[in-house]
Design a binder for this molecule. Structure first.
Ligand SMILES: [Zn+2]
Length: 62
């Protein structure tokens, strides 16, 4: 294990999508927090281990 976990699971549990208040799932490959709501599905970047939960910064699906 030489790759540290970007965000710990307990913190992740507390985080919700600022757009729709759904739970977020961590995508390790892209290092993004992805909204689990199918209608929303915004992906928020994680910069320097800090999730950027801003709708303006989120990557939109499609
Ligand atoms: Zn959402």
């Amino acid at each position: 294990m030489n790759q540290k976990t970007p965000i710990n699971a307990e913190l992740l549990d507390l985080l919700v999508c600022p757009s729709c208040r759904s739970q977020l799932a961590l995508d390790y490959e892209s290092n993004e927090l992805v909204c689990t709501s199918r209608g929303c599905a915004l992906a928020y970047p994680v910069l320097e281990d800090v999730p950027v939960l801003l709708v303006d910064e989120a990557r939109k699906p499609l």
